[in-house]
Write a protein that binds this ligand. Structure first.
Ligand code: UDP
Length: 236
């Protein structure tokens, strides 16, 4: 399948139309941004890692009956996907307190949550992706109540599969962000799941192996990404 025109260029990916109007190609870039574009940089080979990790995890989810936009991995940086009508929501699942949960609610970082917290944010950079409740999401026309229930259930099911997978690889799945879209009347998981969109800590040392190394200038960013790739892909 060949790329035709560029449909959209985001912070970490380009999306191309293809000869098949139902399919797009996501091309993963090395560009990194944080704090809503206020911090910019590049992480060598991040695109290769994120494509490989995302394809692996989406394939795993499919095996567990969770539908995704993945069709196939085309090359190092390219993922062939079903074209979605993207739902303008970012669904975040949290198992351990970190990031904005610590900032906003005063949890101590590292607190293990009794049950996962699911949050929905409005996907809108101009508004800094505000946290929404269901009423906001419905009022804004982001999704219907029924769709929101599907997103929450799906996010919890994905969390259960990923938590087990990462634990087997000695990684703690602290939190992660998902995006969904509509396709032929169904809701599919879209976007990516990678060290850009998850917090992953080494199970024993609690070392951060994700984008927080870039966000907070912790050093060893490339090594952390390739360590995640190694554990996700090689430890089968
Ligand atoms: N996240 C993301 N994109 C965003 C915001 C958050 O991928 O635009 C991910 C982030 O990497 C983390 C989780 O969602 O794994 C929760 O992020 P949080 O709300 O703590 O915000 P952050 O501190 O990352 O801005």
């Amino acid at each position: 399948m060949k790329k035709t025109t560029l449909l959209y260029e985001g912070k970490a990916k380009k999306v191309f139309l293809t000869e098949n109007s139902d399919l797009v190609i996501q091309e993963f870039k090395d560009d990194a941004t944080a704090f809503n574009n206020k911090k910019k940089g590049t992480i060598a080979d991040k695109g290769v890692v994120n494509n490989a990790v995302s394809c692996k995890l989406f394939g795993l989810l499919e095996k567990h009956g969770i539908t995704t936009h993945l069709v196939e991995k085309l090359s190092d940086r390219d993922m062939l996907c079903k074209k979605l009508d993207i739902i303008k929501a970012e669904v975040v699942v949290r198992n351990i307190a970190a990031g904005s949960l610590v900032k906003r609610y005063g949890f101590a970082e590292g607190t293990v949550l009794d049950r996962p917290i699911v949050e929905i944010y409005l996907k809108d950079d101009d508004l800094d992706d505000p946290l929404m409740n269901e009423s906001h999401a419905v009022a804004l026309g982001v999704a219907t109540l029924d769709e929101l229930a599907v997103l929450k259930n799906r996010a919890e099911a994905i969390n259960a599969v990923l938590q087990q997978f990462f634990t087997e690889r000695k990684l703690m799945l602290v939190d992660f962000k998902l995006e969904f879209g509509r396709h032929d009347g169904a809701i599919l998981l879209g976007d990516e799941i990678s060290p850009d969109t998850c917090r992953l800590w080494d199970l024993e040392t609690k070392e951060k192996l994700d984008k927080d190394r870039f966000r907070f200038d912790l050093g060893g960013v490339e090594d952390a990404y390739s360590e995640v790739q190694r554990r996700v892909l090689e430890l089968d």
